[in-house]
Design a protein around this ligand. Structure first.
Ligand SMILES: CC(C)(COP(=O)(O)OP(=O)(O)OC[C@H]1O[C@@H](n2cnc3c(N)ncnc32)[C@H](O)[C@@H]1OP(=O)(O)O)[C@@H](O)C(=O)NCCC(=O)NCCS
Length: 170
């Protein structure tokens, strides 16, 4: 567990699923983070906890969960087993207050400890906060996938970001 300006970061449990869902749905509604438009139910989030290899962390302020970071499968192929995708979402009430910056280093350590050699994601180019967070923690912008999907009927590009971990980083 870490603490920075009242924000604590700890491994999530199933009891956090409702808060994780609520924060994820804020991000989905915000349309700045993901192609997803279907809001999630707690029952969509609970299965994330079924594979203990993938870290899920929450940031708390007092008793409140104010952000989360979670890893998931990149590809099913065995050769990619050491690559994780990640998502990070902070409650809109807490954007720009260092919550993402508190989550990310603990999350990277957890991925490292779990034996992953790379973590990656895809970001909308306009997502300046997420790109700044990645830059601060050593992610590389690999390039841009053009028209990678449509959101509300409009083509959107995505920036691919990656960060090496563990022995691959050293
Ligand atoms: C992206 C996100 C996780 C960042 O978390 P955060 O707690 O808001 O960010 P922090 O306060 O820790 O700041 C991280 C960096 O982003 C910058 N930043 C924060 N808000 C910003 C904004 N609105 N515009 C530009 N830069 C911003 C900060 O200055 C900081 O950069 P620095 O390290 O160079 O100083 C958060 O804004 C969020 O949940 N957004 C919606 C979901 C999302 O886009 N997730 C990422 C895709 S999975």
């Amino acid at each position: 567990m870490t603490e920075a300006s009242g924000i604590r970061v700890r491994p999530a449990t199933r009891d956090d699923a409702a808060a994780i869902t609520r924060i994820y749905n804020e991000g989905i509604r915000g349309r700045g983070a993901t192609f997803e438009t279907r809001e999630r139910a707690v029952t969509d989030v609970l299965p994330w906890f079924d594979d203990p290899r993938f870290p899920i962390l929450v940031a708390t302020e007092g008793a409140d969960v104010v952000g989360w970071a979670a890893a998931s499968t990149y590809r099913a192929r065995a050769c990619y087993a050491g690559i994780a995708e990640y998502s990070i979402y902070v409650a809109t009430s807490h954007h720009g207050r260092g919550v993402g910056g508190a989550l990310m280093p603990v999350f990277l350590d957890a991925l490292d400890a779990a034996g992953f050699w790379k973590v990656l994601s895809r970001l909308f180019p306009e997502n300046t906060a997420s790109r700044a967070l990645c830059a601060r923690f050593g992610f590389r912008e690999v390039g841009v996938y053009e028209k990678h999907g449509q959101l509300d009927g409009a083509w959107r590009d995505v920036v691919v970001v990656e960060r090496l971990l563990g022995a691959a980083r050293r």
